[in-house]
Ligand binder design. Structure first.
Ligand code: BGC
Ligand code: CA
Length: 351
């Protein structure tokens, strides 16, 4: 695991130095014991459950190396008010650091005030606060992925498929009739992914005709419902479905299966994330391709940052952008490469 190789020597060094009385930084005193409070927007989110599983696993490895780490995870169940209460509760319970996946990325003020008043740093993740909010206090950080890159890669994957397979343009009019399944309105990964996917397709020389789009809030069941509506409106006219994440791509696949449309008659469908279920759908040829959203890398960045904050060591080795943000890259996945990811749970991407 990358973290082990690259980071633990630094931690071990600081802890050893501490015993010798060499770490004078006040925050380093808490380095052997770390209580992390996590709250995330909704426990039904497939991608975030995977990310948090990896986060726990990687924290577990720190324990093997002698650091005592406790994690408390809370589900905000889609309510910002609930999440604000959870933050208060986690601080009262003695958490020295918070990892917050905001319900409403535009509304972090109460959480930031609570954290600042109690001097508890926050690592926001996956749902990016706007820059001005992040600048409100110097102990606020963000870990996420390049939204634009995910969209470009999805568009390129779709273009590669379309340009090499005549059968996708089913009505042979030289244009690709497409629909979009979009994540939550206002989420940085929704609009940005869509715009960049469409631009990348156009830049690759694909002529497009947009038939419709629907917001399905990242959710598989909602996407199935919206896709069934669009399929009943446009019948077999839809040739391409671009979904902002794998769960919604899977919802589109569910819709066509439910409508008993054979795969050759259904549009080609693309997702983003590379969740276990998403990868399986690529393997089964139900999804034509997806873009790997590096949940292990994001979890690792959170762990690295958490330890650096707690020990006061290792911060200078972290590649920050915009002062306090860390962004991870994506990879394209097709049927030809998917098996590497399924076998190694995404770790193949790190080689
Ligand atoms: C992921 C989605 C997830 C959303 C939650 C996105 O980055 O691709 O699958 O539902 O984050 O915030
Ligand atoms: Ca066409």
């Amino acid at each position: 695991m990358r973290l082990k190789k690259m980071f633990l020597p630094v931690l071990a060094l600081c802890m050893a130095a501490q015993f010798l009385g060499a770490c004078s930084d006040r925050s380093a005193v808490v380095s052997e014991k770390l209580h992390i409070g996590v709250t995330y927007y909704n426990q039904s989110d497939t991608f975030l459950n995977g990310l948090l599983e990896s986060f726990r696993e990687q924290l577990g490895e720190l324990e093997e190396d002698g650091m005592e780490v406790t994690v408390t995870i809370r589900d905000a169940a889609g309510s910002q008010r609930t999440q604000n209460d959870q933050v208060k509760e986690l601080i009262d319970a003695g958490c020295g650091l918070l990892c917050v996946n905001l319900v409403d990325r535009a509304d972090p003020s109460e959480i930031i005030d609570l954290a600042r008043d109690n001097d508890v740093p926050i690592i926001f993740f996956n749902r990016e606060p706007v820059a001005e909010d992040l600048m409100q206090w110097e102990r606020l950080y963000y870990v996420g992925a390049y939204a634009e890159q995910a969209g470009v890669m999805q568009g390129e994957l779709a273009a590669e498929a379309i340009l090499s397979d005549d059968s996708i343009d089913r009505n042979k009019d030289g244009k690709i009739q497409y629909v979009i399944l979009e994540g939550e309105a206002g989420h940085q990964d929704a609009i940005i992914r869509t715009e960049n996917a469409v631009d990348a397709l156009r830049n690759s020389g694909v002529e497009l005709e947009k038939l419709s789009y629907q917001i399905a809030n990242w959710n598989r069941a909602q996407a199935q419902n919206r896709m069934e509506q669009m399929a009943s409106q446009y019948h077999d006219e839809i040739e391409l479905v671009l979904a902002n994440n794998d769960d919604m791509a899977l919802g589109a696949i569910d819709a066509y299966k439910n409508l008993e449309v054979a795969r050759e008659e259904a549009p080609v469908i693309f997702g983003i994330d590379g969740t276990d279920v998403g990868l399986q759908a690529v393997l089964d040829l139900d999804m034509r391709g997806t873009v790997y959203n590096d949940k292990e890398g994001q979890a690792e960045a959170m762990v690295r940052l958490a330890v650096a904050i707690a020990t006061g060591e290792g911060m200078q080795e972290i590649d920050f952008e915009k002062e306090r943000c860390i962004y991870l890259s994506h990879w394209k996945i097709t049927r030809d490469t998917v098996e590497d990811y399924i076998k190694d749970g995404g770790e193949a991407a790190e080689e």
